[in-house]
Design a protein around this ligand. Sequence first.
Ligand code: T3D
Length: 258
Amino acid sequence: MDCADGVAVLRLNRPQALNAFTAELLATLRETLERLGADESVRAVVITGEGRAFCAGQDLSDPHVAPVPGEAPKDIGYLIEHFYAPMARALRACRVPTVCAVNGVAAGAGLSLALGCDLVVASEKASFVLGFNKIGLVPDAGSTWLLPRLVGRARAMELALLGDKLSAADALAWGLINRCVAPDALLEEAKALAARLAVLPTRALVRTRQLLDEAQTLSFGEALKAEGVAQSELGFAHDYREGVEAFMQKRAPRYTDR
Ligand code: T3D
């Protein structure tokens, strides 16, 4: 991981295994997201993968998880509850904005990680595949929640039931991601977006993510009420005063709230 100008770049670093998840990698990712969110010097996080893949999802060769001939089946639910769900929650609750730089294939829970970020930039070489249908499981790590919201039920069903690989260009056309760029430009584009987020009022950005997510299950009236509660809270905070003052004084604001 490296950090400059408030932007931390986090790299999944198991390139020999297409950055497939192990319990250890999931725990490290969760801990790192929590630590970065609590670090006042970090104002945005970029997540990317080392090597040719972004993340191939669960490492299916891990004997602690995968079925081993002659051995009793393991309870995958344990892994989901103790490793995948906490990682997905940490991402969703991250106290700073997150940007995913999808450098290659994002499969299974790797897709969930990529799409769980606030903004998603993909290399033209990247692709997205759920793949759970081919191993007798259901989509997880938040993708059943994310996908219908991002692309609607019909396309979510297609991705989940047929399990075809979606190119980055098609992912952009479907509204699954925010940008599709040349491979050489990927990291710079993701960092540039993160740098823009890093100088904005962090607390308000994170509250915005929360409101947009929660509004999906609220009535219009309830959403109005939730917006009012958030505005009330933020209206007493430093960044609102600073933002208005800086606007009136025609200077750059200095936001500090978390
Ligand atoms: O226990 C649980 O499963 C619960 C947790 C669930 C969360 C999940 O994420 S489940 C979903 C797991 N992931 C998958 O099902 C994806 C499986 N992989 C693929 O579909 C493809 O490999 C990819 C689309 C990711 C990449 O395709 P491609 O053509 O670029 O590469 P490849 O040739 O298929 O793979 C290269 C190597 O990586 C190959 O090994 P080899 O032949 O060179 O020795 C392949 O077996 C290995 N590999 C790819 N994905 C995984 C993997 N090894 C272990 N686990 C993987 N997920």
